[in-house]
Write a protein that binds this ligand. Structure first.
Ligand SMILES: [Zn+2]
Length: 182
């Protein structure tokens, strides 16, 4: 049953990426209730404090699961009691999510995560830069994407590797030189 839309996949990634490291400092775009409510409202939420709490909690749980720090069991409470209800609209079956309005966003992201895991396992992962806390969904053919963004982390890590190689080469040259002299 394909119930997850591309929109929900984007929602999932956006939610996972609400705690970026900015100038070396870990931040949380959902830390304040007001900010969390604004974030949710723009994405079809109701903007209530209860919803903000659910969104924050599901974000933390999903981050732990994607980072392999927790098993997916921690996601169970977020879909508990939710139901997908079919109805016939102009000749086609359409599915509607039935759950407490404050939990709609949290349930949608867990369903989007489950759909990704089932249809494209391993495609959702954390950025390869250990100092970055963002996530990516690899949509490339080769499934070798490592960075949340090539422009930021990709180039930074490439530059770092280049620097490390140069430093190692310089050290090796120094050692060889010392051996030759000794
Ligand atoms: Zn990154």
């Amino acid at each position: 049953m394909a119930t997850t839309t591309l929109e929900d996949e984007a929602l999932l990634l956006e939610l996972l990426n609400t705690s970026p490291v900015l100038d070396g400092v870990p931040t949380d775009e959902l830390a304040a209730d007001e900010e969390a409510a604004a974030w949710a409202t723009v994405r079809g939420g109701s903007g209530t404090p209860a919803e903000a709490a659910h969104v924050r909690e599901v974000r933390d749980a999903l981050q732990s699961v994607v980072r392999d720090h927790e098993t997916p069991d921690v996601l169970a409470p977020f879909i508990d009691g939710a139901a997908m209800v079919p109805s016939l609209v102009e000749g086609t079956v359409q599915w509607r999510l039935e759950v407490d309005p404050d939990r709609v966003l949290a349930t949608r992201v867990v369903l989007a995560w489950a759909d990704l895991e089932e249809t494209r396992p391993g495609r959702l992962r954390s950025c390869g830069n250990p100092e970055c806390r963002l996530f990516l969904i690899d949509r490339s053919h080769g499934n070798r994407a490592q960075w949340c963004s090539m422009a930021t982390c990709g180039n930074r890590m490439k530059a770092r590797r280049h620097y490390e190689r140069k430093r190692q080469a310089a050290r090796a040259a120094q050692r060889d030189g010392a051996l030759a002299e000794g």
